[in-house]
Design a protein around this ligand. Sequence first.
Ligand code: DUC
Ligand code: ZN
Ligand code: ZN
Length: 472
Amino acid sequence: MSASCDLAIRGGTIVTAADRFRADIGVRDGRIVEISERVEGAAEEVDATGLLVLPGGIDAHVHLAQPTSDGTVMADDFETGTRSAAAGGNTTVLPFAMQIKGTSLRDCVTAYHRKAEGKCYTDVSFHLIVSDPTPQVLGQELPALVRDGYTSFKVFMTYDDLVLSDAELLEVFDVARREKALVMVHAEGHDAIKYMTRKLEEDGRTAPYYHAEAHAEIAEREATHRAISHAQLTDVPIVIVHVSGRDPMEQIQWARKRGLKVHAETCPQYIALTKDDLKGLNMDFEGAKYVCSPPPRDTDSQAAIWEGLRDGTFELFSSDHCPFYFQGAEGTGKDNPRARTSFKWVPNGIPGVETRLPILFSEGVSKGRISVERFVALTATNPARLYGLYPRKGAIAIGADADITLWDPDRRDTIRQEKLNHGSDYTPYEGMEITGWPVRTILRGRTVARDGQVEAEATGQYQSRGVSEAVA
Ligand code: DUC
Ligand code: ZN
Ligand code: ZN
């Protein structure tokens, strides 16, 4: 029967979110058609002996080619960003299509499709960002877009150009409930951050490090609780994205104990970095390499995040890849004349789409903190389930897309900027020692990357999404 397979992956250990087992995989027309002890004969054979065979990584939180309020240009477009993603073991990414205030959400989505078309090395789908919830957006554009397969959107509780008032949040949540969309919330209290920023600046504390004090964990905890309360009032499921530490995480656990439909995501920066990294060498601009929002916290928060990854508080582990340059006037570092005057001008975001999977595997699986099954759940299966891609994506099962990452659990290497494919001119994880690397990324049956190098054409496709399992 399997003589008609295009591809056979032999001899590896298949790992799903639930279990692991030894089997071959047969692929035809880009889909898995056989999982058995022995797949006989295929046009292409891949020997996976000694390797783990995982569902391709799904990075459900990346920013590519997104404009910024001050005109700073992101370091990755769809070409470089998805190249980096594929090299890092991912087969699908979900960037944001951001509405710019005063413009049509639909037009913004069309513009992102144009940016992505023909340029992607992984499959791609878009979350929306709603920044201007006008009656036209709430009444027409957003419902129509959800029905067209853009089934999740993000809202912000901070940033001058993105923040929604509590009244607006409630209105937007209401639309999400009616239309069966999943809301992602950036939970940081805007007024508290502005207050802290002003105080720090008045005291002359303007180095990048003070970003971490301005974006205080208390402000994140408060906003997380407020978002949960709004979600309870409007009876809508939400995802709190990029949860950074113990305090906001406890709010999520509090909500779950009461049966509220609150989901949570965390990211590599909250297990691999601390706020001390923002000090740089001596409170200098090296610290700008670690400026992201929310910022990394302390070692107690890192321990809390590990508890949450183990006990299921976190269902999603995404990169929040938000790449900028460090060098040059457009960069986050000392050559940027505005950033020199205050941390508040340092663009918020760090690259990480290529290093997300190695960091979680190495720090989590190789160090015995989480099982390899949970690794798969956090990085592929749960994102597919929560964002309407399952079981086409995020599964190794008959009929699923043959999106597969071959993983060498014993390979040791060191994260180095010169080996990465992203557009940024640095990595915040420089020098980190890693055990366990993706060695081959297969997208719908075709190898797209091997040993950190992309080797295929940009055949990534846009993926229209169904309703989230959190909503259905
Ligand atoms: N939020 C994100 O999700 N990414 C980067 C910066 C931010 O505030
Ligand atoms: Zn955010
Ligand atoms: Zn983000």
